[in-house]
Design a protein around this ligand. Structure first.
Ligand SMILES: [Zn+2]
Length: 335
């Protein structure tokens, strides 16, 4: 995360929550403990840091936001404010000495007499012992202490913690913000385009990019599509040599079929909208040409054929059969 832009990131990803929390901070109506729950990259830490900045900022904007530039804002962004304690898992867990550090800080009052802020990322990685150790601080609200527990998986948080903190559910990201998170994580814009059409979860996205899977899917499905629209029966060879190796398990098979559905839907859309987002940037020319040459009824039938594969897969039909049947139907429709 670009911490220099924590407030921009919070506003970009969670505009409503950010405005809400800025108001709470301005009116000193913050609760003593929050549990921020939401997927990786949805802006939990950015919002928690923004609240801290808002409480310390010397020159808030007329909109009631932290300026992001004053000495106090910069200290927080640099991790240099002793009253803003941030801990994140080292490796798989928040370690014992980190928990000790948090407890020590809990028992100290604010160095500069103002509020003391705790931001604990990956709260689900606290051991039950460690979580219980923190519980008494969460139970005893202190006037000038605000605790933010951040988690991607609230089902792993002790119920005793959940019941004492205010739960805030973060919504998934809007498509544009999500694609920025993906490209920020080093995923190419080309792959991010397709991933963004398939999921809104960074975890799912990361799983899809393992072994270059998404890039290979784009290449092989693209090859299959190009052959199909030319009426070229070697599309069956591509099923065997290109698509089948990508369909290693049920979940990847399901995603592969989603990819085909998206491909036909986008082709159909291209008939009427020429600048819509495209999940297959490198296939654009072929798709535009197909949209202009194939009539609407046929394109609709191709979308339907692809959609039907989803229920075939759900009823446990053999994947190769499903995709060969779809290929045959496609060649027949595009004759
Ligand atoms: Zn400031």
């Amino acid at each position: 995360m670009q911490t220099t832009s924590a407030i921009e990131e919070a506003l970009d990803k969670q505009p409503t929550l950010t405005r809400h929390f800025m108001t709470l901070a301005r009116e000193t109506r913050l609760s003593h403990a929050y549990l921020f729950s939401g997927m990786t990259g949805c802006g939990k830490k950015a919002l928690a840091l923004s609240v801290a900045m808002r409480l310390f900022c010397e020159t808030p904007t007329v909109d009631g936001l932290p300026c992001g530039h004053c000495a106090e804002c910069r200290r927080i962004l640099a991790g240099d404010n002793p009253d803003v304690v941030v801990e994140a898992p080292e490796g798989q867990r928040i370690k014992v000495d980190q928990v000790r550090h948090i407890k020590d800080e809990f028992s100290k009052s604010a160095v500069e007499g103002k509020t003391k802020i705790f931001i604990i990322e990956g709260a689900e990685t606290l051991t039950p012992n460690a979580a219980n150790g923190l519980l008494k601080f969460i139970e005893e609200p202190a006037d000038n202490r605000v605790i933010f527990l951040l988690t991607t998986n609230k089902s792993l948080i002790l119920p005793t913690i959940i019941s004492r903190a205010q739960l805030v559910e973060f919504s998934p990201l809007a498509p544009k913000a999500f694609q920025e998170v993906l490209t920020g994580a080093g995923i190419s814009a080309n792959q991010a385009a397709l991933i963004g059409a398939l999921t809104n979860s960074v975890e799912d996205a990361t799983a899809m990019t393992e072994d270059d899977w998404v890039a290979r899917v784009q290449a092989e499905v693209g090859r299959w599509y190009t052959q199909l629209v030319k009426g070229d029966a070697t599309a069956f060879v591509t099923v065997q040599t290109g698509l089948m190796p990508l369909a290693s398990d049920r979940s990847r098979q399901a995603i592969l079929l989603d990819v085909v559905v998206i491909l036909w839907q986008e082709t159909l859309n291209l008939k009427y909208l020429d600048n819509q987002t495209i999940a297959f940037p490198k296939l654009r020319d072929v798709m535009v040409q197909t949209a202009s040459q194939v009539d609407e009824v046929t394109l609709l039938r191709l979308v339907e054929t692809a959609l039907q594969t989803k229920s075939a897969l759900a009823s446990n039909m053999n994947f190769q059969n499903i995709i060969e049947t779809m290929t045959l139907a496609g060649l027949d429709l595009l004759k």
